[in-house]
Structures are given as C-alpha cells and as structure tokens.
Design a protein around this ligand. Sequence first.
Ligand code: GLN
Length: 475
Amino acid sequence: MKDYKDHSDKLNKLKSGQLKLTQNVEKFLSQINKNKLLNAFNFVIEQEAKNRAVLVEKKLKSGKYGKLAGMVIAVKDVLSIKDHPLTCSSKILNNFNSLYTATAVQKLIDEDAIIIGKTNCDEFAMGSSNENSAFGPVLNPHNTQYVSGGSSGGSAAAVAANLCDVAIGSDTGGSIRQPAAFCGVYGLKPTYGLVSRYGLTAYASSFDSIGPFAQNIDDIFRVMEVISGWDEKDSTSFKSKTFDFAFSEQNAISVKIGIPKEYFGEGLDPEINEKIQNIISTLKEKGFQVSEVSLPLSEYSIAAYYILATAEASSNFARYDGARYGFRSTEGKDLTDMYMNSRTEGFGKEVKRRIMLGTYVLSAGYYDAYYKQAQKVRRLIKQDFDKIFTQVDLLITPTTPTAAFKLGEKSNDPLQMYLSDIYTVPANLAGIPGMNIPVGKSSTELPIGMQVLSQKFEENKIFMLAKYIQNEISG
Ligand code: GLN
C-alpha cells in the first residue's frame, strides 16, 4: 500500500519531509520489478524518473513547484514521448522512437509529474482484453488467471497494483472505463476534444480520447485540470472552460440521475446488477432524485461503432507502409512487395481484421449501406443522449456486462469480445464523458464497476457524484 491517500496528501508529506520523493520513486521501481509477471509495462523509464525525482525534490524545497509535483505517472504506449520508443504494442513500430512529446504528456511534465514508463495495451488500442498486444497480455492484479481488460490494460493494472500514482490511457470505445472496471480503479474518458490528441497514435480519430486512471477521484480531477484545454496542434480540441471543482454534499444531492433501462437488460451479470441497484437505492434514500429513462437506440451502438471505428482505422493505418516508420520487411522483389510484406508481418491478426472490415465498409457499393448508415445511427444516438440530458444530469449504468473474464476465454470469438464494450461505446459515439467508479467485488473476488455518464463538458457533475459515493457509500 502507499503511504498517502491522494496527491494533496502526498504533496503535504513531501513538503514536510515525511516522505522522500527519491525513495518513493525507488519504491515504485521495485514494485514494478516485483510485479513483472503482470506485464503491465512495455518499458520502464528508470534513470530519467530517478533524475526527475532529485530535481522535483529540489523544486519542492525551493517552494516553487508545479501542481502535480512528485506525482508518479505511467503512460499508455500509444502516446509519444520524445526520444523514447513508441510501440503501440505492435511489431510494426519496432525500434521507432518518438520525434516529439504528446501535448497531454508535456502538460504533466510541465507541472512536475514524473513519468515512470510506458504501459502495455492491445495493439494500436484495438481490443478489450489486452490479449492483442505483440508483447503478450497484461494479467489482472486481482487474479492473474483473468484479463486486465483493454485496450489500456497496462495502465489500469499499474494503478491497481500500486506501480504508479496515476496512469494515462486512451478510450475509443471503452478502453479506459472497461479495464478500470476489470481492475477496480477509477478511469475517466473525458468529453471528446477536451484533451488534445496531439501525439496520440490515431486509431479512430473522431472517437479517440485521452484520460486518467487513479485509485481516488481527487487525483483524476487534478490530472484533468492539467491535461484538458485547447491546443493549437489539435483542431478538434475545445477552448474548454477550466474546471472549477467545488464539492459539497448539497450540490451532489441536487444532481438528477437517470437510469437507462436498456443498460440493465439481457446479458448483464446478476451480481453486477445487484451491486448497482444497491447503490441506486442508497442514493435514493440519501435524497437524490432518480428516475428511469430510455435510450432506445443503444442496441445499435456496437454495430455502428465497429463500422465507423474500423473505417477510420483503415484510413489512419495506411501510414504504416514499412517505408516511414519502424519495421520493414526484407522479403520481396519490389516496392509493392515491400509494402505488402511489411504490413503482413508487422500487424497482428486483430489489426488486420479491422483494416479489412474498414476498407470493406468504405468501398464503392457498400459505403451507402454500411458507412453512411452507421453515421446516421451515430447522429441519432447522440440525439437520444441530448434529449435525455434535458431531463437528467447524469446517467448511471454498469460499465461492463460481466466482471473480468479468463485469459483466452474470448480470444477466438471476436463478436463476444466486441460485446464487452456494449455499455461503454455509446459515450464515444456521442462524444460525451464517462467514468468508471469501482463499487466492490463479485463473489469470485473480481472488481465490479459502475459507469456514470454526463452531457459534454459536465465532468464536474460526474466528479461530484463519484466523490459523494467514495465518501458516503463506499466509505
Ligand atoms: N474495445 C474497443 C475496440 O476494440 C475499444 C478500444 C478502445 O477504446 N481503444 O475497438
């Protein structure tokens, strides 16, 4: 366990000398070493982290330091850090080093956080179990026979196993919230555009969002304060309002909550249902206004998502041709052969499946039937949410239909795997924020997660409810 509750507690202890940052970093490094079996890290940035600890310690002594001084952060290996490898857990980026640093990561560094390593994930963030990584799966810290979830499995496991204070992940269809649920930590997918995507390897650009994992809600908030905001290098980033996080129980109780009935139907594990219903009942007892609502188009989310996300990916992935980055096949007689062989040898099975699906739905003759239709469905799903958010402030749903599954259980059945995103994908289609809140464990001792969704840019309301639940219900 850690010697502090959250970042402000850590900062106080660092300032008073009760905690030494250099020792704290050493401790994380040795924890990472002891937990190699989890396979949470693609690589550790050891020496640099140690050097930064010395530097930040000096800054703390001088009294001039950043907001995240001493926060030890792991970053999903789809985000660039200048002069460090960027693998996206793919063979095709073998030996590739980033030429620049992602805006979100730079902002963390500028506020004196310490980056301790790059975390394992599904190849190019495509997957729900972390089993699609070229470096092998991440194991669930609660039970190593189970998956960590994905695609940001390494980030979720690193936070759950105390290998860092906070981890950064990306969420295109659930990749922050689903592994957060499986590993029992908080994980926020912010409003689309709230965090600059500059330096994030593109999977499906109109869905991709960067967000934090932590063991407490305050750290999530603190990191969001730093990484959010407009960036001239990302034209889809918003000139957002800054967070004004004023928590009071009174405020929390004034928040109106909706329970979308479509998220509690067939396929939901009864234990998860029970856990969330208990929380809903407690919230009602405490005076929250809770009502049932309906999002009738939710059932089309997975179909629409896997058409649109693969279409975008098939275009984004044209850049990996063996000529520009990383891996190049030495087989073949001419340039076309080189392209083909590099992609054949460099990409894993799931990535190839998605490129083929995406190319198919965009091809002449199928574009109208699939891609265009899915865009219309996306618009309608967004409208469904817009309507609901005129009636309620927040929605409570399960994050996943089941708790973590066993390694290998779904690897041969892509459709079953895709269905583990059923409750998380709609938020990406609509561009709204969503957070996983850990709410306890199943009878098999695996974590259970609850998802809270809000209208765009209403993350504060999610934080309020999460904090209320952390303080008043989970204890
Ligand atoms: N599991 C989903 C997919 O494979 C979501 C991945 C993600 O959010 N990056 O596409």
